[in-house]
Design a protein around this ligand. Structure first.
Ligand code: IMP
Ligand code: MG
Length: 185
């Protein structure tokens, strides 16, 4: 098993690039089916979702689809601060549009909830959410993303856009933080 180390923390391979590609393809087909008569606006939540959004957007065969970006930040180190900062807002109108939020991961769900509340004030036709990863056990709000790549336990992961304080986004596979096994020798 492959291991990588960042800031003194060791991570091991968790989800391979092949498994990611397969689920991205499956999600794209679901979105295509649901949006075939629409011109959806994909809304990529930066920074973490940029790689997933690029792959998902290209995999959807929807000639009238568009993509735009918004930036939020809530994590420091390996845990959520519980407070979401909006760093870069939305520049175009979403009035009457079908919006597909593209997230890398839904953890506590606070970011997703804040974003949904914000978008609701801008009169879209519908808002749906596509997230590559979902940690249902960490959810602190009532929310169910419409399109989910993988449901995972509440462990810290990196790679494929997900970071540890800005690092590791460029790994092609997803890695999980190795647990300390104290009685292992
Ligand atoms: P939430 O608001 O707690 O749902 O967290 C959402 C954001 O926290 C995600 O968009 C990620 O940027 C970050 N995040 C949550 N879990 C992880 C993780 O396991 N690794 C890296 N970033 C994470
Ligand atoms: Mg993020």
């Amino acid at each position: 098993m492959d291991e990588v180390t960042y800031k003194g923390l060791t991570f091991e391979t968790y989800i391979s690039r092949e498994e990611i590609a397969k689920q991205v393809q499956r999600m794209a087909l679901e979105i295509q089916r649901d949006c075939k008569d629409e011109n959806p606006l994909f809304l990529c939540v930066l920074n973490g979702a940029f790689i997933f959004a690029a792959d998902l957007f290209r995999a959807c065969n929807l000639p009238d689809a568009e993509i735009t970006f918004i930036r939020f930040k809530s994590y420091e180190g390996t845990s959520s601060t519980g407070e979401v900062k909006k760093i870069m807002g939305l520049s175009e109108s979403i009035e009457g549009r079908t919006v597909i939020i593209v997230e890398d991961i839904v953890d506590t769900g606070v970011t997703a909830q804040e974003l949904r509340n914000l978008l609701a004030t801008l009169n879209p036709k519908t808002v749906k959410m596509a997230t590559l990863l979902f940690k249902p056990a960490s959810l602190t709000v009532g929310l169910q993303p419409e399109y989910v790549g993988f449901e995972i336990p509440s462990k810290f992961i990196i790679g494929y856009g997900l970071d540890l304080d800005g690092l590791a986004r460029n790994l092609s596979d997803i890695y999980v933080l190795k647990e300390d096994k104290k009685d292992e020798n």
